[in-house]
Design a binder for this molecule. Structure first.
Ligand SMILES: CC(C)(COP(=O)(O)OP(=O)(O)OC[C@H]1O[C@@H](n2cnc3c(N)ncnc32)[C@H](O)[C@@H]1OP(=O)(O)O)[C@@H](O)C(=O)NCCC(=O)NCCS
Length: 152
């Protein structure tokens, strides 16, 4: 897989909970259940995206907007497709949709031991807003981050 392989971003609806759960399980040690995605997709303001590279689902991103604040709920790229720019493409697509839906601030959380994700978020202009000790199941500390999205 190369950075030049064609990428398509798809907006997903309630019928896609199974696909999101499958992709999430490939990306994370502690996968979310299909029912978690069903509930999320039924919740107002949720944006769910899948990235296809060369026609194969290779990543997901889910966010939610409430009034002018939005949150990245999850983002992942399957291991075989990492470091080819897909995480950056997914974040850009998710941010654009949340911004268009009214978000002016975008929040997220990342484990302090997750160097790839932290590097991506710093690179995209997120700034650290706080720390939550022992927040994750593995005992690691969550770093909370935020990026201003500005006016429409
Ligand atoms: C975080 C994640 C989504 C990044 O996806 P990706 O497609 O590999 O990221 P990209 O190729 O778009 O990389 C974009 C930038 O992120 C940073 N980055 C990504 N992976 C990195 C790594 N392993 N080490 C250091 N920096 C990294 C770099 O700044 C990179 O820019 P560059 O390629 O110009 O150096 C992916 O590693 C992943 O799915 N991890 C497991 C799930 C996860 O932890 N999700 C985030 C939860 S908060």
């Amino acid at each position: 897989m190369t950075r030049d392989a064609p990428v398509a971003i798809h907006d997903l609806g309630p019928a896609a909970a199974g696909l999101l759960a499958e992709l999430h399980a490939l990306c994370f040690d502690r996968p979310w259940a299909e029912s978690d995605f069903t509930a999320l997709l039924a919740s107002p303001g949720t944006v769910a995206l899948v990235a296809e590279r060369s026609g194969e689902p290779a990543g997901l991103a889910v966010g939610r907007v409430v009034l002018d604040e939005a949150e990245v709920l999850t983002i992942g790229v399957v291991p075989a497709a990492r470091r080819h720019g897909l995480g950056r493409v997914l974040m850009a697509a998710l941010t654009a949709r949340l911004h268009a839906a009214g978000a002016r601030q975008l929040h997220l959380e990342v484990s302090e031991i997750n160097r790839p994700a932290s590097a991506l978020y710093h690179d995209l202009g997120f700034v650290v807003t706080g720390r939550r000790r022992g927040y994750y199941a593995d005992g690691s500390t969550a770093i909370t981050m935020m990026r201003l999205l500005g006016p429409a």
